[in-house]
Structures are given as structure tokens and as C-alpha cells.
Design a protein. Structure first.
Length: 134
């Protein structure tokens, strides 16, 4: 099914290969997992294929800015934190998130992926810490 056929995925209908629709990139303190308390850069992608009743990031379902992988890498670099969490929405809906995470690892970042668990994580770089919400 094309991305635009499911209204939950419409924000991804016009994303060219090698690009991502990003809701926000910001620095904060990691509040969850064994990394809680550490400075972290969050890369929040747009769109999600689920509608969990407990979701606290519904604002990331739509809109967002079209960015190349290199633009995201540059913004993460500018924020200057070692720890980077890629979250959403559902990051794995966007194919370019895989090379983004690998490049972040290549640059020495500790990378966390937060995913809803509905998509295959076997193609995620093994250096990435997977946080799967089941």
C-alpha cells in the first residue's frame, strides 16, 4: 500500500529517498531507560503507524520538516551530545533512518532507537541500542 493510502502515513508520501521527515531535534536530559539522567540529543521523526492510547507524542504524527541525513547529522553535531535517541512517531517507517543511525554510530555516538515494536528491527545496526515498546 502506498504511504498516502493510509492517512496515518500521509506525512511520508512525499519524502524522497535519502531524506527524512523530522518533527524536531532538540537537546534535553534522557528521562528513561538505563541512560536516565544523561544529556541527550533527541531526533524525533514524524508519523506513526500505530495509535496507542497511552502515547505522549501525538504531536509527532503529522507535519515535520524534510531533512537530508546529512542535515540531521549536522544538527546533532551542533548540539554536541554523545548520546542520541532516535524516536518518533515510529522512526522505522522512514528507510533513511537506518543509514542515519549507522552514521551516528560511525561518528562515535551512543545511539538509542525507541520503536513501537510493530516493524522489523533486524536491519538496525547492531551498535544501536533498541528500546522496543511491546
Amino acid at each position: 500500500m502506498p504511504a498516502h493510502a493510509d492517512k496515518r502515513l500521509r506525512p511520508l508520501a512525499d519524502v524522497p529517498a535519502g531524506s527524512l521527515r523530522i518533527h524536531e531535534i532538540y537537546a534535553s536530559i534522557q528521562g528513561e531507560s538505563s541512560y536516565a539522567g544523561l544529556p541527550c540529543t533527541f531526533v524525533r521523526t514524524t508519523a506513526c503507524n500505530l495509535r496507542c492510547t497511552y502515547c505522549d507524542t501525538r504531536h509527532a504524527f503529522y507535519e515535520g520538516t524534510l531533512m537530508s541525513v546529512d542535515e540531521v547529522l549536522s544538527r546533532v553535531h551542533d548540539l554536541g551530545h554523545h548520546l542520541v535517541e532516535v524516536t518518533g512517531g515510529e522512526p522505522l517507517l522512514q528507510p533513511a533512518v537506518l543509514p542515519l543511525m549507522s552514521k551516528l554510530c560511525d561518528r562515535g555516538h551512543a545511539v538509542l532507537l525507541e520503536t513501537g515494536g510493530s516493524l522489523d528491527i533486524r536491519t538496525v545496526d547492531p551498535r544501536v541500542v533498541k528500546i522496543v515498546d511491546l
